[in-house]
Design a binder for this molecule. Structure first.
Ligand code: ZN
Length: 227
């Protein structure tokens, strides 16, 4: 579900958007992302109705008649709410009283439920995030919320991983961030090649985690691969 207003920060959200854009990491999008939800809902309902009609489905059937309405709500308010930076999570931070001692915070097994932008079907997996706090420490649940926000838009896994890494670097003001995503793509599982078991792993690292010989990087990768 989309976040309640009290838990969102659209000002920070649009700053994140500008930052990602400057890095070439933003999802290709048009000003339509700012269209009123009401307008998006009614347009998507119309278009989805046409898709169903074209497929030969009888929209007068009581099981099918409300499907276009259900799909528009699901797109705008649920699975694609992360296209709207008005829904960007508030990222409360506290002063880092422990100083910069080089040890990292690791959040493991964060749920990743997204949709691939090539087929609009499910990407299902998990993500591990580590970062070394600088002057501020992010509330742990904020990492989950940032992952969720970027997962809730049509995605490619590589860009999703980069967007999460760059956003945490920006919000927590530290270069030292590592993001590891392991997911199954239903467009590979249920269509095309129909491979049931293949998984895709992506890694995006910055700062000390990007240094091939650093112990911190090795430690993160060992912990990430340990279930
Ligand atoms: Zn796909």
């Amino acid at each position: 579900m989309a976040l309640e207003k009290a838990k969102t920060d659209s000002v920070l959200g649009w700053e994140v958007h500008d930052h990602l854009k400057s890095l070439g990491l933003e999802t290709p999008m048009t000003p339509n992302v700012k269209m009123l939800n009401k307008q998006k809902l009614s347009l998507i309902e119309d278009h989805f109705e046409k898709i169903m009609e074209t497929l030969g489905l009888d929209l007068s059937d009581d099981s099918l008649e409300d499907t276009p309405k259900r799909v528009d709500k699901m797109y705008v308010n649920e699975i694609f709410y992360g296209l709207d930076y008005g829904n960007f999570p508030k990222c409360t931070q506290i002063d880092n009283k422990m100083g910069r001692n080089g040890s990292f915070v690791l959040e493991k097994n964060i749920n990743v439920q997204s949709n691939c932008e090539h087929h609009f079907v499910v990407i299902d997996g998990f993500c591990h995030i580590a970062y070394i706090p600088n002057k501020k420490v992010l509330g742990i649940s904020k990492l989950n919320r940032i992952v969720q926000f970027f997962a809730k838009r049509p995605q490619v896994q590589e860009r999703l991983t980069e967007q999460i890494r760059a956003t945490i670097q920006f919000v927590a003001q530290t270069e030292d961030v590592a993001v590891y995503v392991d997911a199954q793509h239903f467009c590979v599982k249920s269509r095309g090649i129909e491979d049931q078991n293949s998984r895709t792993v992506t890694l995006s690292v910055g700062g000390v985690f990007g240094d091939d010989i650093s112990e911190t990087r090795k430690e993160f990768l060992n912990l990430a691969r340990m279930q």
